[in-house]
Design a protein around this ligand. Structure first.
Ligand SMILES: Nc1nc2c(ncn2[C@@H]2O[C@H](COP(=O)(O)OP(=O)(O)O)[C@@H](O)[C@H]2O)c(=O)[nH]1
Ligand SMILES: [Mg+2]
Length: 242
């Protein structure tokens, strides 16, 4: 199976080389690796370009337009050449060790979600109770509002078949930061789509700081509302064509 790994970056100059090195230690030349940088001021793109010129199958892409995590992931997915597309954080929180299990699960599925809350999943180091509570509440809201029956729709570590991605591509909002959940909320409405969850262990960020700010909660609520409306539109369209 030809697969591509998309690593969105914003100020990950201290993490990106180690991440690419580790992926290659485990999987060699098999995956295409696309680093999609958002014009980081810390020199991440220069690092990514150096990696791309030294290593086969590594590509450095500069995302233009307003800075956005979702738009960067979409930019990577659109350019990737693999039949299976992975999305992973570049800061060390998503472990390359777990990718192999997601890849195996992709043999029989259209989308595989890396989950901290199923067997084999968890946290490498104890997370603050308040953070786990926020993550669980966000997941519960996604379940209630979007009917997404997945334990960990917030993990951000996932794989999808390019074919399945293309079916929902036109509906995706490039402004957000939870692209996995957005894709999932639309894919569950399509007939015959197989989705699975596989355990992943969330590690601590290696260097630097999280890019998420306080208004993410508001952004998240807006995203739920918009995804809910999109689901309604898609359901109506499907009912009309049935
Ligand atoms: N291209 C791009 N990458 C981003 C942006 N925000 C975050 N990232 C990357 O997305 C991944 C997850 O972001 P992070 O800040 O660690 O989120 P957290 O783990 O939820 O705290 C990391 O690889 C970041 O460098 C952005 O606006 N654009
Ligand atoms: Mg992180």
């Amino acid at each position: 199976m030809k697969y591509s790994i998309i690593l969105p970056t914003y100020n990950e100059a201290l993490n990106i080389s180690a991440m690419v090195r580790r992926i290659r230690e485990l999987y060699g030349n098999d995956p295409e690796i696309l680093i999609v940088d958002d014009r980081s001021p810390d020199g991440t793109f220069e690092q990514a370009s150096a990696l791309a010129s030294d290593i086969p199958n590594v590509r450095a892409v500069l995302h233009d337009g307003p800075r956005s995590l979702s738009a960067s992931v979409l930019c990577g997915f659109d350019r990737a050449q693999g039949d299976v597309l992975f999305c992973m954080d570049a800061d060390g929180q998503h472990r390359p060790e777990d990718l192999g299990r997601l890849l195996s699960a992709m043999e029989h599925n259209d989308m595989v979600i890396g989950s901290r809350y199923v067997e084999g999943g968890g946290f490498a180091e104890k997370w603050k109770f308040s953070r786990v509570l926020t993550s669980r509440t966000a997941a519960l809201m996604a379940k209630l509002i979007l009917n997404v029956r997945i334990q960990d729709p917030m993990s951000g570590f996932f794989a999808i078949r390019k074919e399945a991605y293309e079916k929902v591509r036109a509906e995706l909002d490039p402004r957000g930061f939870k692209i996995m959940l957005e894709i999932l909320s639309l894919l569950i409405l399509l007939p015959g789509i197989r989705i699975a969850e596989t355990g992943i262990v969330f590690a601590m960020r290696k260097h630097g700081a999280s890019k998420l700010s306080t208004h993410v909660i508001l952004q998240y609520l807006l995203m739920l509302k918009n995804s809910f409306l999109k689901q309604r539109k898609l359901k109506k369209r499907t009912a009309l064509s049935a």
